[in-house]
Design a protein around this ligand. Sequence first.
Ligand SMILES: Cc1ncc(COP(=O)(O)O)c(C=O)c1O
Length: 362
Amino acid sequence: MTRRAYNFNAGPAALPLEVLQQAQETFVDYNGIGMSLMEISHRSKEYEALNAETASLLLELLGIQSGYQVLFLGGGASMQFAQIPLNFLKPGTVGSYIITGSFSEKAYQEAQIVGEASIAASNKEGKWRSLPKASEIVIDPKSSYVHMTTNNTIEGSQWSDIPDTGGIPLIGDMTSGILSRPIDASKFGMIYAGAQKNLGPSGVTVAVIRDDLLAEEPKHLPVMLRYTTHAKNQSLYNTPPVHSIYMVNLVLKWVKEQGGVEAMEKRNVEKSKLLYDVIDASGGFYSGNIDADSRSIMNVTFRLPSEELEKQFVKESKDHNFVGLAGHRSVGGIRASAYNAVPHEACQALAEFMKDFQQRNS
Ligand SMILES: Cc1ncc(COP(=O)(O)O)c(C=O)c1O
């Protein structure tokens, strides 16, 4: 049997074992063609079928029947921080940003380079502990879009209610939360996600864009930077990251087989609860970074009584087959990223390790 680590990496992150095994089987000979998928043209019928199937599976799992295009893009989610204002921020308008963590802050900073950007809400002063309430979000009526991060990977928070933007297109960075729970996609003009957490390996970013936002071609932009270019060409304007898209295809099929996003949510709630319960019952030994009503079911973040103990926790965890538990270098502490592919058993083992560690160190 393959030895698998308890993989709590934040991204690139755990992939389903079944998906890795399937990819291994087809690595050298894809569907009997005598070559791997990486060795054939992206204009071949084999690849074109895969490309179309992957796009339609994603729409299906997001609960979208029509009115949106799926794009497979390069440059990571970070590229979208720039491409969004380049495509949508028109002179005389502003890009509005709800800032709930360092990635949304980066998105805002990129927009400032392109044009005028404003902050609709920010919880930075409260150290990101709880997400802004609806009444705290003030959207400039001149906004051409509102940008938010639905799950904050580094901080460990997630939105439960999607803010009402009063008809202004809402753009959601769902890099660390896509397909982790049902979300009303119709509330968004655009959804995007780097693949390397819940969708597959790094190398491709998916963008799902509503048709009306693709109506006008931004002719002032280089062709590759226009969303319309990729939409008109089914993401085949240039050579796409074929292997990454293949892996996304396998992961989407896996999600569907598991019962779709509803089943994912049920599992993720149970998995994260195992860890949050230990934190809450620890009498303060473990303290969560995020208030209970804003906690993420993907990234569980917490501190220990001292940095020494945190270092020791990480060190000992490695000896117990756990990987990736050190918090992001900007915040420290501990972060357990329990994405869709992280099994229940890994969270159970971590919960036990946490209880044992506390007993030995308090
Ligand atoms: C919410 C969020 N947005 C953006 C990014 C940046 O993604 P990339 O490294 O693909 O540019 C990340 C990466 O972790 C993320 O978690």
